[in-house]
Design a protein around this ligand. Structure first.
Ligand code: SAH
Length: 248
């Protein structure tokens, strides 16, 4: 992770004289303790990733949102989208049950924060983001943080990303009216998909769908009510009626 220590030359040597900030590590430790462990999320690799990935870096620098980066809520990013609440990122990642060897598809990369967490827990992430401006910002931060096992592409992920299929696991951070069949088709036998399904501005449920080891019938589990922005695309919702897309 990025370190902000600085030093100065003194009699031929460099001595570290302090840190500009501690990269807000203490806030993250508190976030994990109070928002995530306290709600029952387990898995040391996941908790460690959440302690280490600097969530504030995925918010616009100097913004009000960046100041509130470690609070228990979703926050605005750009283009009227949101960075998911830390607990939701943790819970969805936990439900994927990653062991480190997977290729994971992520739909709706947004700020790239969830992408960075996934990148610590699997072999490779293919992340799709519909809005080029968000994709560019996310790519920049991931690069600055030295994340190398992510390919972040721009496009409609409601149809998955067939070019890199099959995936061992998939996660979508935007709500669709139903589970997009293409996402299931792009999973390997035994693969799983975690995503919200429901209404655009109404009740939504977090689902986990398993594709059987033979590649056949899926099993569906429900994990409570959630609130996500819409997945916009062929297997999602239509384009915003107010042409809000133009303000990106
Ligand atoms: N996990 C992200 C959540 C971002 S919000 C974060 O914590 O930052 C959901 C994102 O899904 C938005 O950035 C939105 O632009 C994107 N999105 C919506 N429909 C999409 C689609 N069909 N394909 C890819 N991305 C989509």
């Amino acid at each position: 992770m990025a370190q902000f220590s600085f030093g100065y030359d003194e009699q031929g040597g460099t001595r570290t004289v302090g840190t500009v900030d501690d990269d807000r590590k203490r806030e993250r430790e508190q976030m994990v303790r109070e928002q995530i462990e306290a709600r029952g999320v387990r898995g040391e690799r996941l908790l460690q990733a959440l302690r280490e990935v600097p969530r504030h870096r995925f918010l616009p620098p100097g913004s009000e949102a960046a100041r509130h980066a470690y609070e228990d809520r979703a926050l605005p990013i750009r283009a009227r989208q949101t960075i998911s609440q830390p607990y939701i990122v943790a819970r969805m990642t936990e439900l994927l049950e990653l062991n480190g060897d997977e290729k994971v598809l992520e739909v709706g990369a947004g700020s790239g924060y969830q992408t960075a967490i996934l990148s610590r827990l699997c072999r490779e992430v293919v992340a799709v983001e519909r809005l080029p401006e968000l994709a560019a910002a996310a790519r920049r931060v991931l690069e600055e943080l030295g994340v190398e096992n992510v390919r972040l592409v721009t496009g409609d992920g409601s149809e998955g990303w067939p070019a890199d299929a099959p995936y061992d696991a998939a996660l979508a951070a935007a709500v669709a009216p139903a589970v997009p069949p293409a996402l299931l088709r792009q999973l390997r036998p035994g693969g799983r998909l975690v995503m919200p399904v429901g209404a655009e501005n109404g009740p939504q449920k977090l689902l986990r769908v398993h594709v059987s080891a033979e590649g056949g019938a899926a099993t569906v589990e429900e994990f409570g009510e959630v609130a996500f922005v819409p997945m916009v695309g062929a297997s999602g919702f239509g384009f915003p009626a107010d042409l809000g897309d133009l303000d990106v």
